[in-house]
Each structure stands twice: as structure tokens, then as C-alpha cells.
Write a protein that binds this ligand. Structure first.
Ligand SMILES: C[S@@+](CC[C@H](N)C(=O)[O-])C[C@H]1O[C@@H](n2cnc3c(N)ncnc32)[C@H](O)[C@@H]1O
Length: 275
């Protein structure tokens, strides 16, 4: 086999600078100042990014459990299914747990529950609501959970806020035991494409909201099958009467909203097994 020069040992020896020599040479004063400045700018930009990212979520924490049509729709399917998937001694992760809605249901069923979320204000409410569960602050792109730690990952209405689903499912695969399951719900991409967003409280045309990324179904399929998941089922729930009524446009032009949205898919619910 022909090797490129940089692949051969002798080549590395000739060109690489010995480690000890590299360490001995101190950085110049200019480089030190630039390095310190860069570290400070990086720290500051991380802080600002975090505060900026958390701003809408913190504001939502207090009102999250108020009337939410998506919660009402997905709960009818997800909560009974959590019970069906229970086996004695099972551990479950509620990723993006928010104020602990599914964590509470999981604890009631007797799962050992870990809830994780990005937003401290949401986690504080969850801790008060579900003392039996353990709540940890962290991203679902980098879960604060050990490898092979749980039998079930549930994530409700949360991964729609992720920029890259593959990273998230890769993390789900890492924390699940072999044969473990995912039960995941989210806004249907069709709902996102026609303006459905995570609306916070607001009046009239003032509609503060958090972005739901309109991830196409194929993004989910690629992310799941690419990370060793076998997809067991996909349920697509349509807009129901309550949801249509709560649509922000409904109070201005109800017939238009009803006519346009009735029957379109609103929520999706995935079930998958780690192979
Ligand atoms: C709509 S709420 C989720 C609802 C909750 N799972 C439930 O059962 O109703 C979305 C949650 O996802 C969290 N979140 C958003 N992006 C996140 C990320 N990258 N990592 C972890 N949590 C995130 C937010 O803090 C928020 O609590």
C-alpha cells in the first residue's frame, strides 16, 4: 500500500517539533493579552447567549400549565401509553420536562424519574410539584445523564425547539439501555408551517412566542434510524374544536381559521425502540 508522507512514522518524527521544546517556549506578551481578551469575550458571549435563550422560557414558566390545547391533545394518547410501557423497577427520563407534567405522571406510575430541562425557572416548579423525581439542568443535545441509565425516554412538545434532531436522538440512544423505548410528542410540522408556534400569553396582535422548528417527518425518520432506533409507530392527531378555538386568529376570523385548519395534522407522537 502506498502511504502519504504524513502517514509514515519516520515522516512524523522528522517534521514534528518535540513536545518538551514546544512547552518550554513561553507565549509572547501580545499573545497572552490577546488570549485573555478572547477568553473574556467568549465567556461574555456565552453568558449573553444563555440569558437571551432563557428569556422567553423563564417568562413562560409561570403560565405553562394554563390552558394549552397541544397538551390536552397529546395527553390523551401519551399518558395511558406511559402506563402500558411500565415494567417494575423501570427508570424513565423526561427530557425537556418543563414544569414536570409527564414527570408527575411517570412518578405516579412508579417509574424512577429523572427530568431534565434547559430552564431553571421551569425546573423549580417541577421540583416543588414532583418531589419523588430527580431534576437536572441540561440540554437534550448534551444530557446530564449517564450512558445506559434508563429504560424509557419521554419527551413532550420539546425537541421541536432543537436545531438538529440527530444530535438529540444520538443522546437518547446513549442514555437508553438496549431495548429501551422512546415515546415522543411534538407539534406536527404542518402546524409549524402554517404559523403554529409556542405562543406565550399575549393579547390581540401582541403574540410573544418561542420558535417551533418545522422539522419535516423525514428529519425524524433520518435521525431515529441513523441512531439505531426502530420506529414502532407514528400517530398524527388532527386539529380539534378546542384547538381551533384557541388559535390566535380565531377571535378575528373564526370561519377562516376553522375552514383552513380543520382536519389538518396538529400533533405527532412517535414510538421507537433502541435496537
Ligand atoms: C413546550 S415546553 C415542554 C413541555 C413539557 N415537556 C410538557 O410535558 O409539557 C419546552 C421545554 O423545552 C425546554 N427546552 C427548549 N430547548 C431545550 C434544549 N435545547 N434542551 C433542553 N430543554 C430545552 C424549555 O426550557 C421548555 O421547558
Amino acid at each position: 500500500m502506498v502511504r502519504a508522507p504524513w502517514e509514515t512514522r519516520s515522516c512524523r518524527k522528522q517534521t514534528a517539533q518535540p513536545r518538551a521544546e514546544r512547552r518550554r517556549r513561553p507565549p509572547s506578551k501580545d499573545a497572552q493579552t490577546t488570549g485573555a481578551l478572547r477568553r473574556q469575550i467568549l465567556w461574555l458571549s456565552n453568558r449573553l447567549n444563555r440569558v437571551w435563550k432563557l428569556r422567553p422560557w423563564n417568562g413562560w414558566a409561570e403560565h405553562y400549565d394554563d390552558n394549552n390545547p397541544m397538551i390536552a391533545a397529546e395527553e390523551c394518547v401519551v399518558t395511558p401509553r406511559l402506563a402500558e410501557l411500565f415494567t417494575p423497577g423501570a427508570a424513565a427520563l423526561d427530557a425537556g420536562c418543563d414544569t414536570g407534567r409527564h414527570s408527575a405522571a411517570l412518578a405516579d406510575i412508579s417509574y424512577h424519574v429523572i427530568g431534565t430541562d434547559l430552564t431553571p425557572a421551569m425546573l423549580n416548579i417541577a421540583r416543588a410539584k414532583v418531589p419523588a423525581a430527580e431534576f437536572r439542568e441540561g440540554l437534550f443535545e448534551n444530557l446530564p445523564v449517564d450512558d445506559n441509565a434508563v429504560d424509557l425516554v419521554t419527551s413532550a412538545l420539546a425537541v421541536c425547539h432543537a436545531l438538529d434532531l440527530s444530535v438529540v436522538f444520538n443522546e437518547f440512544a446513549r442514555v437508553l439501555r438496549p431495548g429501551g423505548r422512546i415515546l415522543l410528542s411534538g407539534p406536527h410540522p404542518t402546524a409549524g408551517q402554517i404559523g403554529g408556534q409556542a405562543f406565550l400569553s399575549g393579547e390581540g396582535f401582541d403574540l410573544p412566542h418561542v420558535r417551533n422548528h418545522a422539522q419535516p417527518i423525514s428529519d425524524y425518520v433520518t435521525a431515529m434510524t441513523g441512531t439505531r432506533f426502530h420506529i414502532d409507530s407514528l400517530v398524527e392527531l388532527p386539529y380539534d374544536a378546542m384547538t381551533l378555538e384557541m388559535n390566535p386568529g380565531h377571535k378575528f376570523y373564526p370561519q377562516v381559521v376553522d375552514g383552513a385548519l380543520k382536519g389538518l395534522p396538529f400533533v405527532l407522537i412517535w414510538e421507537a425502540t433502541l435496537t
